[in-house]
Design a protein around this ligand. Structure first.
Ligand SMILES: [Zn+2]
Length: 393
């Protein structure tokens, strides 16, 4: 194991300069992993290469995995302590796009103790805090073994993390870097994106009785879905979580004003309690709609990402709660409404929490920023958590 160089970039850079560098490194998501790309399309590659270089200077052994061409994920390991557990820090490389932004997206402008730019909050602030915590832990005799896992295609629906191959030496625990306001998050719901269709029969617009109007059929389906969402689904409860939701978010049907439409499609965003069997939910939903409205729904596509709930007997939860309490910060566990890579790691059987600087309300917004005080607070909280985790068995 190489010893970390004192002059390594991460040993000398300040938190604000590191965050500015990360924001300046454009890593906008080119879309889903299956999206075709032009040769000059921005992907996660430049940011991945930069972080790989910096961690290499600290003695991390780096491996890249490509779930799709030019869509890298990074596994970096530094494990010089036999017998100690391995703690991973993980954050997604990709950001959403810059359309609608009213601040320069990549300049890293500083105003009133905030750094502005795309990704400053979601989730390059977490990257900065984690990388600087790793640099400190490399010189700390009480550190656990360390990993950094950078993922791709998070913003297109958590596509990268489930495709990680962690091999024979997965980490014992992982902290997912997302803007939690430096709070300990131990769960979020599963999400499901559905595309559904009903079919009818086309006819001339002047003879509607000769056709079968698919938009009218879908209108009944939409009403039925709304009733279901606002009554039963919304009334179920799960300790620690806000209610489940279902919202019809896109409608498309018909081709021409004088043709009775033969097809209507909708998309729906569904958020379910963790542990829900998503495939069974879709089967029950379509059966329910059939029984209530007589309409047969065709499931054109479904894309889901797992939620997770607080992991029992979690050494990482205990370690982070202790670190937060020792710093006189709120150490109570909470859940969030957004979906993250955490569901994938928990699905691998790994002790998982979410933690990072920033406010999720800033994520994806026109004036995205990070409070620098939060970034600076996150670094010692991560190092203290790691030290506590090293002995929390
Ligand atoms: Zn994020």
């Amino acid at each position: 194991m190489r010893m970390p160089k004192k002059t390594a970039f991460l040993n000398t850079v300040s938190p604000v300069d590191l965050l500015r560098r990360l924001v300046a490194t454009d890593s906008r998501s080119p879309g889903a992993l299956a999206t075709p790309m032009a040769p000059d399309t921005i992907t996660e590659e430049t940011l991945c290469a930069l972080i790989e270089e910096w961690l290499g200077e600290l003695g991390f052994v780096c491996e890249r995995q490509y779930p799709a061409p030019r869509r890298p994920q990074l596994l970096a390991r530094r494990c010089p302590h036999p017998g100690r557990p391995t703690l991973a820090f993980s954050a997604h490389f990709d950001t959403v796009g810059t359309a609608g932004m009213t601040v320069p997206p990549f300049a890293g402008e500083l105003r009133d103790g905030r750094l502005y730019g795309r990704g400053a909050c979601d989730t390059k602030g977490s990257h900065a805090a984690m990388l600087l915590a790793l640099a400190r832990l490399c010189h700390d005799p009480l550190s656990p073994n360390l990993m950094f896992i950078g993922t791709c295609a998070e913003e297109s629906g958590i596509e990268g993390a489930p495709r990680l191959r962690l091999g024979d030496t997965p980490p014992d625990a992982v902290i997912i870097g997302e803007p939690t306001g430096n709070r300990l998050v131990t769960g979020h719901k599963s999400h499901l994106w559905l595309e559904l269709a009903v079919h009818g029969r086309a006819a001339h617009g002047s003879t509607p009785e000769a056709g079968d109007n698919a938009i009218y059929r879908m209108a009944e389906v939409i009403q039925s879905l709304r009733r279901l969402a606002e009554t039963e689904m919304g009334r179920e409860s799960c300790a620690g979580f806000t209610p489940q939701t279902l919202a019809v978010t896109v409608v498309a049907g018909g081709n021409k004003v004088n043709i009775i439409p033969d097809q209507c499609r909708i998309q729906a965003d569904v958020r379910l309690f963790p542990g829900t069997n998503v495939a069974a939910f879709v089967r029950e939903l379509t059966a329910r709609i059939k029984a209530e409205t007589g309409q047969t729904l065709d499931v054109l596509s479904q894309h889901g990402a797992n939620g997770f709930g607080a992991i029992p007997n979690s050494p990482l939860r205990r370690a982070m709660a202790a670190a937060l309490a020792a710093a006189s910060r709120d150490a109570t566990e909470t859940t969030v409404n957004y979906c993250t890579d955490a569901g994938a790691f928990a699905g691998f059987g790994i002790d998982t929490v979410i933690f990072g600087p920033g406010d999720i309300r800033q994520a994806h917004g026109p004036t995205e920023f990070l409070e620098l005080a939060e970034l600076e607070a996150a670094i010692p909280l991560l190092t203290a958590t790691a030290r506590a985790f090293a002995v929390a068995r």
